[in-house]
Design a protein around this ligand. Structure first.
Ligand code: FUL
Length: 511
């Protein structure tokens, strides 16, 4: 065995844990930023806003869950406590919570209401509990860690199954003249594992990696196997927001390197982990609801693009949808999310029945296993320079996308591939891609074909594929109305001006 083979064996020996696998299956989840900030028009507040301000007159968590479901999401993660320290549940740890608010005369519990709505609509429920707490007098002392664990315990024991704990790295304690808190992450992880063994720990956690920006930008080649150093809590925290800076949400991929998992990168390291990426992005410029942003909701085309490049590019998507002061999701946000769900459903409504042949298949794992509705997987019969699989249709069909999925029980292996459409006029390359992993949605211009040929041009040892499914073009997909396109253009210009103005204000403040 050559050194190169030995290295590839090491890389492909890195596998997802059961928790990572089931979290990965959710693919697309909704983030809900809601709390005291919603009522005071802020993104970050300092923990001094009076709880009496939290007064939603018409809160309807069923509507939140229904909207998430309509968008096609599988779960919802609620900001149970943001950096201001205000708790959305009935906690025994602090008075800075819904219990001190007029909401339901202090008897309300947003975590309870939303967790119940999630269950009603068949969604999973997850919690965001900010480590940074600007209200707690204990912050900056050892006792704060006990306080945080007590809060976590309440959330993990009183609200049924929790599918994700989302740990934010943001910390600006210097803003309050307080020492930086040293968070006891090991204890946090142990608490989650003990109380909710099926729960994933995301962002500043060991199960799911922050993609590195808040703008919905993803990598061209996203790898699940990365050097162990990627899970360096400090690094994540340092790269997270250190101040409430709106331009941060527009930044591209500079917080983390563009290439985290190619052979060239891995070759420089000795230990590796399975650490899939998640892109968290808001449907509006801010994370919390602001009236001034009611016209700045992302367009259907933009959300579709984000969906395809994240979910369709081996990256989890966590899309933030902030309820307003009434406790409702604005109609405009609801409308675009429903349209997104309908559009994606329509895009995948017609899998083309195929008969599959592979040049080099292990007979125990034939290419016929590759259709979406089939159990099992395909495995190549041995290690080759390239691998070819054909999906033949019973008659020529207009197709415009192919869904691919590796069997990640055998790690992530495919490094590059091409798709060819077999047409009356010969073969045409319709797509060239790099990684596949949990999901690659390859989209191309519609083309009438009698078969699609997949050629894997580079792979770490032999490939294990679970899905290779072409989809028929669907002419009835909801398109973005022209009025929305014009509105999106105006919003784009408006947003540019908005950020320009903010930057100017910032510069002035700095001077
Ligand atoms: C950031 C926070 O500071 C933002 O307010 C938001 O919660 C986002 C998801 O993470 O780091």
């Amino acid at each position: 065995m050559t050194d190169k083979d030995e290295r590839l064996r090491i890389y492909t020996s890195i596998l997802p844990s059961p928790v990572q696998k089931s979290f990965e299956d959710t693919g697309f989840n909704i983030f809900i930023h809601y709390g005291i900030n919603t009522f005071i028009g802020k993104e970050w507040s300092d923990g001094s806003a009076s709880p009496s301000l939290f007064d939603p007159e018409d809160q309807n968590t069923d509507e939140w869950a229904k909207t998430a479901k309509a968008a096609g999401a599988k779960g919802i993660i609620l900001t149970c406590k943001h950096h201001d320290g205000f708790c959305l549940w009935q906690t025994k740890t602090t008075a800075y919570s819904v219990a001190s608010s007029p909401y339901k005369n202090g008897k309300g519990d947003v975590a309870r209401e939303l967790s119940e709505s999630c269950r009603k609509f068949g969604l999973k429920f997850g919690v965001y509990l900010s480590p940074w707490d600007r209200n707690s007098p204990l912050y900056g002392t050892d006792k704060y860690n006990d306080f945080y664990i007590a809060q976590l315990r309440e959330l993990l024991t009183n609200y049924g199954e929790i599918f994700c704990v989302w740990l934010d790295g943001a910390c600006g304690s210097y803003m309050d003249g307080k020492p930086a808190q040293v968070y006891d992450f090991e204890r946090i992880y142990a608490t989650v594992r003990a109380l909710q063994p099926h729960c994933a720990i995301s962002n500043c956690g060991p199960d799911v990696r922050w993609v590195g920006n808040e703008a919905g930008k993803t990598r061209k080649s996203e790898w699940n196997v990365v050097p162990e150093f990627s899970f360096d809590v400090q690094k994540i925290a340092e790269n997270s927001q250190q101040s409430d800076d709106p331009s941060f949400r527009k930044k591209g991929l500079d917080a983390m390197s563009e290439d985290l998992g190619s052979r060239e990168v891995l070759d420089a390291f000795d230990s590796f982990i399975w650490y899939p990426a998640e892109a968290d992005v808001s449907i509006r410029p801010g994370w919390f609801w602001h009236k001034r942003e009611n016209l700045a909701v992302r367009s259907l085309d933009n959300l579709t693009f984000i969906y395809y490049s994240s979910v369709g590019g081996n990256t989890l998507l966590l899309l933030n949808v902030p309820p307003n002061k009434k406790g409702r999701i604005e109609k405009r946000d609801q409308k675009v999310l429903c349209a997104l769900g309908e559009r994606i459903k329509a895009h995948f409504s017609a899998p083309v029945p195929c008969s599959y042949t592979a040049e080099n298949a292990d007979p125990a794992f034939p290419a016929s296993n590759l259709a979406t509705e089939r159990e099992g997987y395909f495995r190549a019969g041995g290690i080759e320079q390239s691998y070819e699989i054909e999906a033949r249709f019973s008659s020529p069909t207009l197709v415009d996308k192919v869904l691919l999925r590796e069997n990640c029980d055998f790690s992530q292996r495919v490094e590059s591939f091409d798709l060819f459409a077999v047409t009356e006029k010969g073969e045409k390359k319709v797509y060239s891609g790099t990684t596949i992993g949990f999901k690659r949605i390859a989209t191309f211009k519609k083309i009438k074909a009698s078969a699609i040929r997949l050629v894997i041009t580079s792979c770490r040892l032999e490939p294990y594929l679970e899905i290779f499914q072409p989809y028929a073009f669907n002419g009835k997909v909801p398109s973005q109305p022209l009025t929305d396109k014009i509105a999106a253009f105006i919003r784009g210009v408006g947003q540019k001006m908005y950020y320009k103005r903010l930057n100017k204000q910032k510069q002035k403040q700095e001077i």
